[in-house]
Design a binder for this molecule. Structure first.
Ligand SMILES: *Cc1c(COP(=O)(O)O)cnc(C)c1O
Length: 239
């Protein structure tokens, strides 16, 4: 193996140990949690090595970075998740490679994703991104809809041709009542998921937890964790 592949393998093993330990501590089966590796800012060659090491889910947050990488890796057995704030003018490109969009946070985006999914003959899984720090505006600093907006948005996704409502996603807030209280934030997301599943039983994905707080997410009941830095290393600059 190359040095880089050795490094990725060692990091993946450490993350796998952390997830397994968190599952054991929570009395959950390891299979209940899916690892999504966030490959943003890292090259397609890293994505290829990760696939060779058994990774099956990758995530990206900027279309400019993701589109060429996904094209270069189109032969790999990977599910691509889009997790960044998404402008409607990028929807055509994103629908071309994304299997799931985890950052659905407004009705205009639902309309655009649906239209494009139908046009391209694709089905796109959607998670409603929840902002637990949403102010009076009803929107979060880093995207997301306030808890009060979930039901309406989920209903729109569920009815939209070409889209599939898969569940909820959040990023632990840096401000507001949940700042520094990751586990409480993720438990709140789980409660919101329970509410959502009353109307939409199949929408059972709960995407929460990153490199620094995956244990709290697993403890709260997350089904998907999104891990970047702990697998690939600290990102240089933006991202
Ligand atoms: C970058 C990113 C992650 C991964 O963060 P790390 O701290 O590098 O693990 C997870 N979720 C989203 C939405 C991201 O943008």
């Amino acid at each position: 193996m190359t040095d880089r592949k050795d490094e990725l393998a060692a990091n993946l093993a450490k993350v796998e140990d952390r997830i397994a330990a968190a599952c054991a501590a929570a009395g959950r089966a390891r299979e209940e949690v899916t690892l999504i590796v966030v490959t943003k800012t890292y090259p397609a060659s890293d994505v290829r090595m990760l696939a060779e090491l058994g990774v099956r889910h990758v995530a990206e947050n900027r279309d400019q970075d993701a589109a060429p990488k996904a094209a270069e890796c189109s032969d790999l057995p990977l599910a691509w998740h889009f997790v960044g704030q998404l402008q409607t003018n990028k929807v055509r490109s994103v629908v071309g490679y994304a299997d799931l969009v985890q950052s659905v946070d407004r009705s205009k985006l639902v309309t655009a994703l649906s239209k494009e999914a139908v046009r391209q003959g694709r089905e796109v899984g959607c998670l409603v991104q929840v902002a637990l720090d949403a102010g009076a505006s009803g929107r979060g600093e880093r995207g997301g809809v306030a808890p009060g907006g979930i039901e309406e948005l989920a209903g729109l996704v569920a009815k939209a041709p070409g889209l599939r409502l898969d569940g909820l996603m959040t990023v632990a807030p840096l401000s507001g009542e949940y700042a520094g209280r990751q586990q409480a934030a993720f438990e709140r997301l789980m409660d919101l998921s329970t509410d959502l599943r009353r109307a939409h039983p199949a929408a059972n994905m709960v995407s929460a937890g990153m490199s620094a707080d995956l244990e709290e997410a697993v403890a709260a009941g997350a089904t998907h964790v999104r891990v970047g830095t702990a697998v690939l290393g600290v990102r240089p600059g933006l991202g």
